[in-house]
Design a protein. Structure first.
Length: 109
C-alpha cells in the first residue's frame, strides 16, 4: 500500500509535497526547489517567527554554508510568486528585527 499523499490546501494555495507542485487560485505556480522547500517549511510551521540563521539550518541544512542574507533573497522571490501584492506581504510576514513568519489566515481573505 503506498504511503498517503501529503498535500497542504487552504484558501487559494495548494502545495503537493509529493509532486512538488504549487497551485495559486487553481493555476500552477512555478517555484524553484529552494522556494518550494521554504514555502513547505512555512506552511508546516505557521505563526512562529524564525530568524535567518534558523531558516538556513532548518531549510538549507546545517552542512550548507551560505550568507544569512540568502534567506532574504529567497523570501523576496517567493513573495513575488505567491503574494497578491509582494510590496505588502500578507502570507510571509516580516517581524522587524526578528525574522519571518507564515500567516495562513491571509489565505482565507
Amino acid at each position: 500500500m503506498p504511503p498517503p499523499h501529503e498535500v497542504f490546501e487552504r484558501g487559494r494555495l495548494r502545495l503537493d509535497f509529493d509532486t512538488y507542485e504549487v497551485f495559486l487560485e487553481g493555476a500552477s505556480a512555478s517555484l524553484s526547489l529552494r522556494e518550494f522547500e521554504l514555502l513547505k517549511f512555512f506552511v508546516t510551521h505557521p505563526y512562529r517567527v524564525y530568524d535567518r540563521l534558523q531558516l538556513l539550518d532548518l531549510v538549507w541544512g546545517q552542512d550548507v554554508h551560505v550568507e544569512p542574507r540568502t534567506v532574504d533573497v529567497h523570501v523576496r522571490r517567493l513573495r513575488r510568486r505567491i503574494e497578491r501584492n509582494d510590496a505588502e506581504p500578507e502570507l510571509i510576514v516580516t517581524v522587524r528585527g526578528v525574522g519571518y513568519k507564515f500567516n495562513p489566515d491571509a489565505l482565507d481573505a
